[in-house]
Design a binder for this molecule. Structure first.
Ligand SMILES: C[S@@+](CC[C@H](N)C(=O)[O-])C[C@H]1O[C@@H](n2cnc3c(N)ncnc32)[C@H](O)[C@@H]1O
Length: 278
């Protein structure tokens, strides 16, 4: 970790923060819309705890940025159980300085590695959970494939890897980290398979409209995503639609409708007969 405090005790911005400050970015706006910083924190924390994350688990946050999610995970998990990889050293330092606090850093001893090669195995430990929030939505094909094959190496046999991505009709072909990179689900499924992983979509909201995926070892025991409110509502809606369709197709309803039309015609004719002539 970079030094956050000078020897004389004076607090200063970490090296690198000034490079983006003149572009109008700080540690919050650099990772996404500033006004939704808290929402992105809550979204990832709630997702992983819904997927079963508990304090004794070990988590690797790939591209942890300014610890938007990290600040919640670090205080929740047991000491030493959170690890983050992030190439922008200043971003993590600012996250510690302004979001997490050095006291929690000392208490929880997260492992914060600065690298950009997606070599997750370089940390030389295994994890129960991996997280890549808004990473595949910027990454190149080769970065995602490296990340998946490395995930295979560091994920515990029954572990889960949650990642968000922009689902598109075509795959991003650029060779640089992009503002918006989208991929098809089929392509990600193919790369997961090549890495020895199984992937499924899960129903979890994302303020950016990204789709959440969960990767697991291909041979892990069967697993079903825990039902979320959104999922439950969708299931209820599908159930109600099916019931409505059954009702609409029902013989009795068709007879009822025909009778209703017939009664309408009879009433109309009766009214005309009753009307005084002239
Ligand atoms: C949209 S931000 C998301 C940050 C974090 N996951 C969060 O939710 O706040 C993307 C992050 O990926 C980091 N990043 C860029 N290149 C990377 C690489 N090669 N490996 C890992 N992270 C990278 C960026 O510096 C940035 O912090």
């Amino acid at each position: 970790m970079p030094t956050l405090q000078q020897d004389d005790g004076e607090r200063r911005e970490p090296k690198g923060a000034d490079k983006v400050a003149h572009l109008g970015f700080d540690h919050r706006s650099f990772v996404g819309p500033e006004a939704l910083y808290d929402v992105f924190s809550a979204m990832q924390f709630n997702l992983l705890t819904t997927l079963g994350l508990r304090e004794h688990h070990r988590l690797l946050d790939i591209g942890c940025g300014s610890l938007r999610g990290g600040r919640l995970f670090i205080s929740y998990l047991a000491p030493g159980h959170y690890a983050g990889i992030e190439p922008e050293e200043w971003l993590v330092a600012e996250g510690v300085r302004l979001q997490l606090g050095t006291e929690l850093l000392r208490m929880k001893s997260p492992e914060l590695a600065h690298r950009d090669d997606f070599r997750l195995s370089a940390l030389d430990r295994r994890f129960d959970f991996l997280l890549a929030q808004s990473i595949f939505s910027h990454a190149t094909q080769s970065q995602i494939r490296t990340c998946l094959s490395e995930a295979k190496r560091v994920l515990e046999p029954e572990g889960l890897f949650a990642a968000s991505f922009f689902e598109g009709e075509q795959d991003y072909r650029g060779e640089r980290w992009a503002l918006h990179a989208s991929y098809t689900f089929d392509t990600l499924t193919k790369w997961a398979g090549e890495a020895g992983l199984h992937v499924m979509r899960i129903d979890w909201p994302h303020p950016d409209g990204q789709q959440w995926l969960v990767f697991r070892h291909a041979l892990a025991s069967p697993w079903t995503a825990p039902p979320t409110d959104a999922l439950r509502l969708k299931q209820d809606l599908a159930f109600c639609r099916a019931r409505l369709k059954r009702l609409e197709d029902s013989r009795y309803l068709r007879i009822g409708r025909a009778l209703h039309r017939l009664l309408g015609t009879l009433r109309f004719r009766l009214d005309r007969l009753r009307r005084p002539p002239g």
